[in-house]
Design a binder for this molecule. Structure first.
Ligand code: GLV
Length: 308
């Protein structure tokens, strides 16, 4: 039995060391240096090329090196074995930092002050108390829940929207398609951390922007597929949306020709809101392998029907 590692984004060295220390009896093979595909029981992967996992006849589980498994599930060549995703594992605090930074950036008018500074203008803009800012999180799982906790601590009016509704202290909860517009109509800032599924694809589009109060802000740290980029540009140009902070895109790297790069009201970051750090994630991954070896249920098993 062995583990196969494939990722263009992650360094295999710390993972190899972690496995050698915790599971010395389990060889760790790094694609493409694989001596023996038959022995592979567990595939630890991020964005493997289509068809790679099909070459592993004794695969028992796919362990994703990230939280979002949309690409694995969308690939018909992904074998029908359990797919596990990272739950928090160091990603949630990073995502929460990014989200809180975005809210503070817009709420404390940092964009305006940057513009003023360029012109050497000393002008104090009117303060706005946090309690007058309603911030809505789309997706209230482990990541969304942590963002909401931080926002509540900072005094924002926090709202959460999810498929089935979640109860989080101090947070107004909205559920499902029926309550989406009511949720959006409240949000001065919408932050998307939903998983990308057939139900959520394109959810950040004209309809969503029009349901938000004029002059609101959009933060996308879910997936590029959630956002219809040209509809965002139109909403920014009309003033319906005042600003956006985007970390994920339909095509990554974001093409040079994208108007988002140079839009005055857009902040672009290169998919760094939550980066898998081996030292943070290895405990969950190794514990999952140990559980499966003992015949126990691992954590983070993806419900394929739901897509997360
Ligand atoms: C990153 O995008 C992840 O899904 O972990």
């Amino acid at each position: 039995m062995s583990v196969l590692f494939y990722s263009e984004a992650d360094d295999p060295v710390p993972w190899r060391q972690a496995f050698a220390a915790a599971l010395p009896e389990m060889p760790f093979q790094v694609w493409p240096d694989v001596e023996d595909t038959e022995s592979v029981r567990y595939a630890l992967v991020w964005n493997p090329p289509s068809g790679l996992l099909e070459k592993l006849p004794n695969l028992r589980a796919v362990l994703a090196l990230g939280a979002g498994v949309d690409a694995l599930l969308a690939d018909p060549a992904t074998p029908q074995v359990p797919v596990l995703r990272l739950l928090d594992a160091g990603l949630a605090p990073q995502m929460a930092e990014y989200a809180v930074y975005a809210v503070l950036h817009f709420h404390r008018r940092m964009r305006d002050y940057e513009k003023q500074q360029k012109q050497r203008i000393w002008n104090q803009l009117a303060p706005m108390p946090a309690r007058s800012w309603s911030v809505g999180i789309m997706g209230t799982g482990v990541i969304g829940g942590l963002i909401l906790e931080h926002l509540v601590t900072l005094g924002y009016l926090a709202c959460g929207w999810s498929r089935s509704g979640t109860s989080i202290q101090g947070v107004e909860s909205f559920a499902g398609e029926a309550e989406l517009e009511a949720f959006l109509s409240k949000c001065r800032v919408v932050i998307n951390v939903l998983p990308l599924t057939p139900h959520t694809i394109g959810i950040l589009g004209r309809r969503t922007f029009n349901a938000m109060p004029r002059g609101s802000y959009v933060v996308n740290i879910g997936r590029g597929g959630h956002l219809i980029e040209e509809e965002l540009v139109a909403a920014l140009d009309s003033g319906q949306i005042a600003g956006a902070m985007l970390d994920v895109f339909n095509e990554e790297p974001l093409p040079q020709s994208s108007p988002l790069w140079s839009h005055p009201n857009v902040i672009v970051t290169p998919h760094i809101a939550g980066v898998t750090i081996a030292a943070e994630a290895e405990a969950q991954v190794i514990e999952n392998v140990k559980r499966m070896e003992r015949g126990e249920q691992p954590v983070g098993v993806v419900d394929r029907a739901k897509g997360y």
